[in-house]
Structure formats: C-alpha cells, structure tokens
Design a protein around this ligand. Structure first.
Ligand SMILES: *[C@@H]1O[C@H](CO)[C@@H](O)[C@H](O)[C@H]1NC(C)=O
Ligand SMILES: *[C@@H]1O[C@H](CO)[C@@H](O)[C@H](O)[C@H]1NC(C)=O
Ligand SMILES: [Zn+2]
Length: 985
C-alpha cells in the first residue's frame, strides 16, 4: 500500500480533534440531479482604491463602501447559527488583522467552525497575488507566510486544498506549478481571454489539467484547473448583497411583488445554461463579489429561500439540487466523476476582455514601484539569511531590535494583484512603498546587528539606498571608508562596485590588504539632472570586488590627495575618427557613426557578429476612438496605431574608457538617455536607461519602449520567462489552444517579462535580462522590445478611476532608471549564462558602508574582513533560494535546480548536494523535507490524483544528500546549532 493511502486510511479511522473538516465535511449531494454548489464568498483586495488598513476598518467609505472587519464580524454569527451554511475566506493579510482583535471565546468558536469545515480557508496566501508581474521567489514567500499563519492557528483543518485566483488579470504557468508543489488539489480562476473562454465553453473544456512545468516529472506540476462560469460574480439578477440592487426573494403571497416563481425560473435558467459548458452533474456558482457580506444576513437569508424554493421544485420533477458548498467540495465531486481531462501546457497571457481590451499595460505600469518591490525582495533575502547566520543577536543587538517580519509582511502585501501590478490608486501605491520602507528600516537594524556580530566589530553602518542616482553621503564626504559587500548567493561572485565620491583617485584594498585596481569616472550629467540637490559627488569610484558565497568581503578605500586627474579618457564623438566602439575580452559593441545608435554586437570568443540597432520609441496611447472607446490605462495597453515614434533618430554620444569600464553615453532627449556599458570581464553589456519625466504637454499619453532590431530570422517566435523561472515559447498572433482572431497587433502580442526575453535563430540568441517586470514582445521578425515607462491621460474603466499619471512630488512626472543586460551567445549555450546572471540580479550583493575604525567586540581579536557560511560554493546549477528563520526552532532552507531540462548541455543534469558538507557556520541537528510552502511534511502530502498513478514511491533518501532534478525546488525545515553557542562556557 502506498504511504499516502495508508495515511488517508488512518485519518479516516481516527476521529481526532479536527472533527470533519476537508472533503469529509462536504454536504451531501443528489446523484442523478444537477447539483448546484453555491459558494458564499467575498473578494477582499489587499489594497486597491483604498489602502489595506482602510479596507480592513472600512475607512474612507466615500471612496468605496468596503470594510473587512465587518464582513468577518457579520459572517461568523451566521455560520454559528446554522450548520448548513458555508463560507470561504481567502486573504490572510486581513484575517490575521481580524484574528488579533478577537476574544478567546470568539477564537474558540471560529476554530470549531474551521474544524467542522463550515468556515474554510481557500488559497490562504497573505494576499491573492498577481501573476503577471511577480517573481517566483516573492510568490513562494507570500504563500508561505499566509499558510504558516493558518497552520499555526488552525492546524491541518486550516490548510487550504484549493487555490483560488479569481481576480488576477491573466494566469502564469509558474503560478500553477508552484501551487501544485505546495500540495493544492485544484485551482479555480475567473479571468481568461474572451475568445479562449468562448472556445472552451464550446468544447466543454472549462475544466482541465494544467501541466505547469516542462521539466518536472508529471504529476509533480500538474494541477486540476477550473474556469469559473461568471468571473467570481453570481449569475445575473441573483445578487443579494447590500452592494447589489437586485430584488430580494419576496415569498409572502399576501404581500406586494411576490417573486418566488420568477426568481426560481431565473435561477434554473442560469443553472441549465451554465451546465451546458461543464462536464459533470455538478456546477459551481460564486455567490459574492468585491467586499460582499458586510451584512451577511442579506445574502444568507435570500440564499436560504432560494435553496428552499428551488429544491421544492424537485417534487414537481425538477432535476436541479442546490446547496451551500465550497470550492473544495465542488472539486471533490469533479474528482469523484472520474473523467479524464484535457491538458493545458502554456499559460493564460495575455488576457483580453474584448477586441481592443488587452490587459498588457499593467505588465509595465508603475515601473519605479516594480523595481522597488524587486529590490525589496533582494534585501529581504539578505535580512532573512543574516538572521539565521548571526542568530538571536541579529534581533536583539547593539543597534536595537532587528526584525524581519515587517519586511516579510510588506513584501507579501506588495504581491497583491493591485499592488506590484501597478493598478491601484496613487495614494495606495504610496502606502505600499511606505510599508516596504518601514520593513527596510527594521531589516537594516537586523543586518547591522548581524554584521557587527559576524565581523566582530561595531561600525557606524550606513545603507545607501540611492546609489542608482549616485547619492551616498559617507562616500561623498569621507576621505576613507569601508565597503561591506554581502553576497546572498550560494556561490562566490565578482561585483562591480560603483560609489559616488568627491576625490579624483583612491587606494582601494581588498580584505587581505592588497591593492585592487580602481578608477574614478565623472558623474554624468544625466545623473546630475536626476539627483538634483540630493548629492554633490563629482565622480564615481569603480572597482571590482570578489565576494564569497553566503558571506561578505570588506574593502577599504582611501582618497589619494594630490593624485593626477582621473585616468579615464573622456571623448566626444567629434574628436574621434572612424566609428565609435567599445569592447572587452568577450564583446565588442559598435555604434553607427551617423546616428550614434548601437548598430552591431560581436561576441569575440564565439565569433558571432550580429547587426543590432537599439533605440527608444513611444507609442501614442489611445484616448479611445471610433473603433472603441477603450483608452490606454493602468491595466490596458492600447496604442493609437502600430508604429511607435522614435524618440530620437540620432543621438549625441560621449565615451568614457578606462581599465575597468567602457561606456557610451547617449542623449536621446531631455527626458530619455542611456549608458551602454561594458565592464572588464563581463560576458554581457549593460544598458542603463533613464526615462522621464514623460512630457504630456502635447496632450498625448505616451508609452515608452526600447527596441532591438536584428536580421535574425525568428519566424514569429520569441521567448519570455514565467515569473522568473521556466521559459515559454511565444508565437506572434497565435495562441496554444484556439485559432486567434488578432485585433490588436501590438498589445495583443505583449507578454509579461519578469526576468528575461529572447529571440533566436538556429545559431544565435539575443537575450535581455530585466531588473523588474516589464511588458515585452517581438512585433516583427528579428525585433524585440520592452516597455519601460508609461504616462497616460485617461482612466481605462476597470475600476481604478484614475489616469496613470505618476506625477511625483514636483508634479512633473517620475523619472525612472533601470538596466537591461544584453547577451549575444550561441543558442545552445545561452542558458548557461543568463540563468546564472538572472539569479545574481534578483539576489544581488548588498552593499553597506562604514567609516571604518569601529570598536572591536573582543580585544586583541581583529575584526573579520571576510566571511562565508559555506565551506565551498554550491554547484552552478543549484540556487539557495531561501535561508530564513521560520520560527524560534526551525529554519527554512530551499534549494533549487535553476536549469530547465535540456536547456544546457552542461547544467541540465540532476545534481546532488549535501547540506552538512556545505555549511561551515553551523551543524544541522534535524532536517525534514516539506511542501514548497514549508507548512506540511512532504511525506504527508497527498494530493488528489487526476492522471494515472505516479511513479512508484521514491526510496527513502539520505536526508542531507539532496538530489535536485532540473527546475526542482526542494524545501526543508532544519534545526541548527551555531558552534559559538555550543562551545561557550
Ligand atoms: C595603498 O594601500 C596599501 C595598503 O595600505 C599600501 O600598501 C599601498 O602603498 C597604498 N598605495 C598607494 C598608492 O598609496
Ligand atoms: C549632457 O551633456 C551633453 C554634452 O555636453 C549635452 O548635449 C546634454 O544636453 C546634457 N544633458 C543634460 C541632461 O544636461
Ligand atoms: Zn481583486
């Protein structure tokens, strides 16, 4: 007998304290009749038109009538009063707020409801995260946080079995894969392309199996998925919330307006017409919507009557049976139907709800926030790791109380489908940023405590968070300073340090006191224009640092007074003969002598030579026109014409060259510039773009793109990542499962790019890594584009009711700066580089500055200048995705194989690592493999099987020798012992 079976049997035999939650608690249905599962639910956005706290309390009701506290206050007594009633709750960010305010008595009552399956948690993340603009690392973390609260509060009965993304604007394949690996039995969503939906209804493929990974062995990433019939709303005219205007069920024949017959027949019509699109004797109806059930009595009283009168018809021969239910009870019935289901392999992007309504603008909306969110994830991982590496002193140390939980929660909130997506009101976007900033503050204390402890020296640490605009007071002012570089990756890296300075030359030394080459280049006038009066540095000090795995290196810099002017040569194009070009050991970039634009890239080792023209363009945002009133807005991208306008046909350039870096500065317009950069030794070129404030004084909204044009014969194909992990093949004007009628030649071909996009032919691949989520496409063969920034004059009528203006503090509009990393490689070896570099981007080095000369913690022990928690680097195909304290006792360790199968001849192989062999700073005293979200032991996971039985159970492996298959993430809870605490007397 399979262990899963045995477990199921055991839990059936022992009644246990958990009563009858889960599938066992499902209401009886009537075989042979059409069973309609009514699912009372509320959709609670974790911030959108109001902030998350305003939604919780119900403040600002002039913006929107919505108060989550009242919803839970109102629903619970309804459930307590009637055991037949059901309710599902989804967003733990709200539930957690409410729970904290309840009495012991109320908590006990709610626990009973959960144990009886009458209140059921569904999805169970901190929020219902966006899928188009999120990174897998942050998705896993936000789900972990929500599910951990439910596990700790309610035990196994609190564990959701169904994933529920009823509102996100399109669905990524990686999301489904992650849900499967968290142990979900099924998944329901509300939004998909209107043509896709029509087609699926016709074919009765509204429910199917999503094979959500091309690498993982089925059914590891298979997820049963259902498209809800009506988004997440009730059928027409059957909405009984205080926010609806449908008539209640009026059932006293002696009173005016008796309507039971009309309501019943309307309901039966809805049920029959819905049943035509589904395959079993069961259908689901979502009885609720945004912030419904604030007065739960309204819904429940009318549903009680509906159920009563509809089922009464059974005695007249009606074959419809209606009942209170939940998504998991509905799922359980689908499972019992024992059918075989069609397979879906790609994703559900882009989402369109009409011919000119492609929701592809939000892939880019609020680009500054999207970058802040990604950087915040980077810093959270650093914070989490240092909390583990330094232990309790990181939380209670010389700098005060350090705390990672604020940033964890702020990041989880930021994953909401109106947060990082950029589809919230401006004041709500400000609130998300404020929360992240408070999280940064608390983590900075933690990181300071941890660094001081690991270094053995209390320094005046400074975190310079504006380095991208060359602002960092300590390095600008001091003639000597220390640069502490913390590397969160499981392998050592070389890092190009760039710091604003006022001197012209510095003596930079590595942790061993050896001098390393350094250069000072002038701060560009592009940067001066953005930083305004925030800083005064005249130059940027550049040097290359090497930092060990999961550890730090400390470099020192001393100003050399009276040194000659900086050695960098600075030339404008006029002074030069011939074409402008820059090169390092790997790449040569050639610029057109007339236009100043990038015109050619050569990979010198691989002898590839590709004409590439790169330039910036803008789409004129539609204000709505004769074809459709649809305007471009926060959600929707609708250009007024398929040809974007160049921002400049020719640009002024100047060149900066020295031993460490070669840079071409290109000035496209007063609000658009770029630095094309090759650091010594780097296998890619860096394109640092600065865009904004986007001018709108011509009354035209603008959507700014960067476009690369090449002669590559791409035959309509291009490739984008899914939430930063697996790669999906895209084909222009085409969809996987239906014959597309393309109605928006640009917007209808946009896809989310969370970390990379590429085009290729048989030999050559051009790859762009991004530093945040952006929309991207290939509108013509050989061409590749990414949308960088948008500024729009109209609202797009999807509820946010604001144009995406992002005026900023001065009202002028935001300036946004970012980087694209450009790789030109042989097609078959491209992944070797872009996979490793992508991880180095989202888990980048964290720099901390200090004046140096701090107080050593122990006399006679000189401060440590270099540290690594690993004995040796992890193999290149293994990524240490998570190292985080889960609770007082246990630590989450996630190891990830970061290559897909067949992606790399070198790295797409199974790989085994031994945790104990790698970590030097502690020993593992216990190790247990968990589900991806770390809340369930892996050997206790038993998912409903929707496909033929899986391979025979794996033999019990050595717990510390961990084998990873391509694209596999394995999650462990470990207990560890720091040598210090065990050896101290
Ligand atoms: C730089 O510092 C190192 C270490 O202190 C010293 O040995 C070297 O002479 C210095 N170089 C210069 C040019 O001052
Ligand atoms: C920067 O300097 C270049 C050349 O001196 C000039 O053409 C350009 O307008 C300047 N840009 C800004 C933003 O000041
Ligand atoms: Zn929503």
């Amino acid at each position: 007998m399979a262990p899963a079976m045995l477990l199921l049997l055991l839990s059936l035999l022992s009644p246990g304290v958990s009563g009858a939650c889960g599938y066992k608690s499902c209401p009886a249905t009537k075989p042979g009749l059409l069973n309609v599962h009514l699912v009372p639910h509320t959709h609670n956005d974790v911030g959108w038109l109001k902030t998350v706290d305003q939604y919780f309390y119900g403040a600002q009701s002039s913006i929107q009538q919505a108060g989550v506290q009242y919803i839970l206050d109102s629903v619970i007594p309804q459930l307590l009063a009637d055991p037949s009633k059901r309710f599902i709750y989804v967003e733990v960010a709200f539930f957690y707020r409410w729970w904290n305010q309840q009495s012991q008595g109320m908590r006990q009552a709610v626990k009973q409801l959960v144990n009886d399956g009458r209140l059921e948690f569904i999805n169970g993340g901190w929020c219902m995260n966006d899928e188009g603009t999120t990174h897998y690392s942050a998705i896993i973390d936000q789900m972990t946080l929500g599910l951990q609260f439910l596990q700790e509060t309610f035990g196994d009965c609190g564990r959701p079995r169904v994933a529920w993304h009823i509102d996100p604007f399109g669905h990524s394949r990686e999301q489904a894969s992650l849900f499967a690996q968290m142990g979900f039995d099924g998944y329901f969503f509300g939004r998909l392309d209107y043509q896709d939906k029509e087609n699926r209804q016709k074919l009765r493929e509204m429910e199917f199996i999503w094979r959500a990974s091309a690498s993982l062995q089925p059914p590891a990433a298979d997820l049963f998925t259902g498209v809800l019939p009506n988004g997440y709303n009730p059928p027409a005219s059957l909405c009984w919330d205080g926010l609806c205007s449908d008539d209640p069920v009026m059932d006293d024949t002696s009173l005016e307006d008796y309507n039971v017959d009309a309501v019943v027949s309307r309901f039966l019509d809805a049920a029959y017409s819905q049943a035509r699109f589904y395959r079993t004797d069961h259908i689901i109806m979502t009885m609720g919507s945004d912030f419904h059930y604030e007065n739960a009595q309204l819904w429940y009283k009318n549903l009680d009557k509906l159920i009563h009168y509809v089922n009464l018809q059974q005695s007249n021969g009606s074959n419809v049976n209606v009942l209170y239910s939940t998504p998991s009870c509905y799922l359980s019935q689908l499972h019992q139907a024992n059918l075989s289901w069609s397979l879906k392999r790609q994703d559900f992007f882009p989402y369109a709800d009409g011919e000119h309504q492609f929701w592809t603008g939000y892939f880019t909306s609020r680009p500054a926030f999207k970058r802040y969110e990604r950087r915040s994830n980077n810093f959270l991982q650093v914070c989490n790791q240092l909390e583990v590496l330094a232990g309790s002193v990181s939380r209670e140390g010389p700098y005060g109380k350090g705390d990672s939980s604020l940033l964890k929660r702020a990041m989880a909130v930021a994953q909401h489908h109106d947060a990082v997506s950029g589809t919230e009101k401006q004041h709500v976007a400000n609130d998300y940023s404020k929360r992240l900033a408070a999280g940064w503050d608390a983590c900075q204390v933690l990181v300071s405590n941890a660094l001081a402890s690991l270094m053995g020296s209390k320094e005046d640490f400074v975190f310079c968070n504006k380095l991208n605009i060359s602002v960092c007071p300590p390095t600008e002012i001091s003639s000597r300073f220390q640069v502490i570089l913390y590397n969160p990756l499981g392998r050592s890296v070389c890092w190009n340090v760039r710091l604003p300075v006022s001197g012209v030359a510095y003596n930079v030394t590595d942790p061993g006191g050896q001098m390393v080459p350094s250069e000072v280049v002038p701060v560009s006038n592009f940067t001066r224009a953005v930083r305004c009066d925030q800083g005064n540095a005249s130059g940027e000090l550049i040097f290359q640092a090497s930092v060990p795995a999961l550890g730090f290196s400390i470099y020192s810099a001393v100003n050399l007074p009276g040194a000659p002017r900086c050695s960098s040569r600075l030339r404008t194009r006029k002074e030069r003969r011939g074409s402008l070009q820059i090169q390092n050991e790997h790449l040569r970039l050639v610029f057109d002598p007339v236009t100043g634009l990038l015109s050619q890239i050569q990979n010198l080792e691989k002898r590839i030579n590709l004409p590439v023209t790169q330039s910036f363009h803008w789409y004129n945002a539609s204000p709505g026109n004769f074809e459709s009133i649809q305007a471009s807005g926060a959600y929707i991208f609708r250009p007024n014409g398929s040809e974007p306008f160049p921002i400049a046909k020719a640009v002024h350039t100047h060149l900066v060259q020295n031993r460490l870096v070669q840079e071409v500065y290109q000035n496209f317009s007063p609000w658009c510039s770029q630095v094309v950069r090759l650091y010594a030794g780097q296998t890619f070129a860096e394109l640092e773009w600065t865009v904004g404030p986007i001018p709108i004084n011509d009354s035209q909204g603008k959507e700014i793109i960067t476009r690369f044009e090449t002669p590559l014969e791409t035959k309509g194909y291009f490739y984008t990542d899914s939430n930063g992990r697996e790669i999906l093949e895209r084909r222009r004007n085409s969809r996987e499962t239906w014959e597309l009628n393309q109605t928006e030649p640009v917007s209808g071909n946009y896809y989310p790019v969370n970390s990379r996009i590429y085009i290729k032919d048989n030999k050559v691949q051009l790859t762009v890594l991004t530093d945040r989520s952006q929309g991207g496409s290939s509108i013509a063969d050989g061409s590749l584009e990414l949308m960088l920034h948008r500024r729009l004059l109209f609202d797009d009528h999807r509820g946010v009711a604001e144009p995406l203006l992002e005026s900023g503090d001065d009202g002028e509009g935001l300036v946004v700066r970012g980087k694209h990393l450009l790789f030109l490689e042989n097609t078959e070896s491209s992944a070797d580089l872009h996979r490793l570099q992508a991880q180095q981007e989202f888990m980048a080095i964290q720099m901390v500055l200090a004046p140096g000369g701090g107080e050593p913690c122990k006399k006679r022990t000189p401060p440590r200048k270099e540290f690594s928690a690993l004995k040796e680097d992890l193999p290149p195909n293994v990524h240490l995705l998570t190292l985080a304290q889960r609770d007082e006792q246990s630590v989450i360790v996630r190891l990830e194989h970061q290559f897909a199968s067949a992606e790399s001849a070198k790295y797409s192989q199974p790989v085994t690592v031994n945790l104990q062999d790698h970590f030097s700073s502690f020993t593992f005293t216990a190790i247990e493999e968990m589900s991806l979200d770390s809340n369930q032991r892996r050997d206790c996971m038993s998912r409903l099987q929707w496909t033929p039985a899986p391979d025979a159970a794996d033999p019990q492996p050595d717990p510390t020798a961990i084998t990873l298959e391509p694209m596999q993430i394995r999650t462990f809870l470990v207990s560890l012992r720091h040598p210090k605490s065990s050896s101290h007397h």
